[in-house]
Design a protein around this ligand. Sequence first.
Ligand SMILES: [Zn+2]
Length: 325
Amino acid sequence: MSPYLVLARKYRPKTFDEVIGQDIVTEVLRGALTGGHLGHAYLFSGPRGTGKTTLARIFARCLNCERGPTPDPCGTCERCQAFQAGTELDLVEIDAASHTGVDNIRELRDEVAYAPMRARYKVYIVDEVHMLSKQAFNALLKTLEEPPAHVVFLFATTDPHKVLDTVLSRCQILRLVPLAEERIAARLEHVFQAEGVRAEAGVTEELARRARGGMRDALSQADKLLAFVGNEPTLEDLQRLGGEAGHEELEALLALVEAGDRAGLLTRLQAFEGDEESVLEGLLDHVRAAALLAWCGEATPLLTLGARARPSAAGASEPSASSCG
Ligand SMILES: [Zn+2]
């Protein structure tokens, strides 16, 4: 039996076409590849799990496919296969979170001078680049000012404001956006179908809601759920797994807040199983959904929760505006 591959890895996009919800970024990269306007440094910025390193890896392969550079790598040439298998010597991936020091960057600076061994471009993917120390950034800057023609840097960060301006100004910045819940839910449906999973209605929507815009989080939550209950998960299973306060519990809490029943509220909070953070997040989601329902109506595209997760109108305060225009 082959070892179990986690869903986030198994269903990781390998081409631009498979990437969901980042249309602007993929268009820009496609354009650079077909138009031949390739930069030496790109910074992928965006929330966790939205596809920064996935896009960087796809771009690296596009740059080096033997039939390229092309936005649609062949997938069969030696370079494509080496990039896909993670055995390409000309692709260097660095996790800046564990290589923050100036020595690591100096080492890198010395290395970039050498031509690639087999590939067209030597590609450096530096994840969590904002974690580099100031000295490390300054050392990097020297390389970015005069990059050798055969080198491309692909930086990824969740915190672009922590990256030195002088570094930012030498990068093409690509902003990834959080994915809409319905796109995450649709992708989960696809994955479940491919895996032979028969989930109760609403499970994919609830997983999507909890993922807060990150596809990777949605898939790892799904992994956890399937490991927990097998191939026919229900909403109740998800509730038990999550440690998140359930729909009814949140409604009860908000009713106590509305009634001004402080003693009742404190007693009720005491009985909660989830940690404080998940209770707070649950409450925020709940109030947000109630506000959207009250002000924007059932049909709002901003709200894609499954019907069961929707708060009752009673939980929402009276709207003071009539639309969300
Ligand atoms: Zn190829």
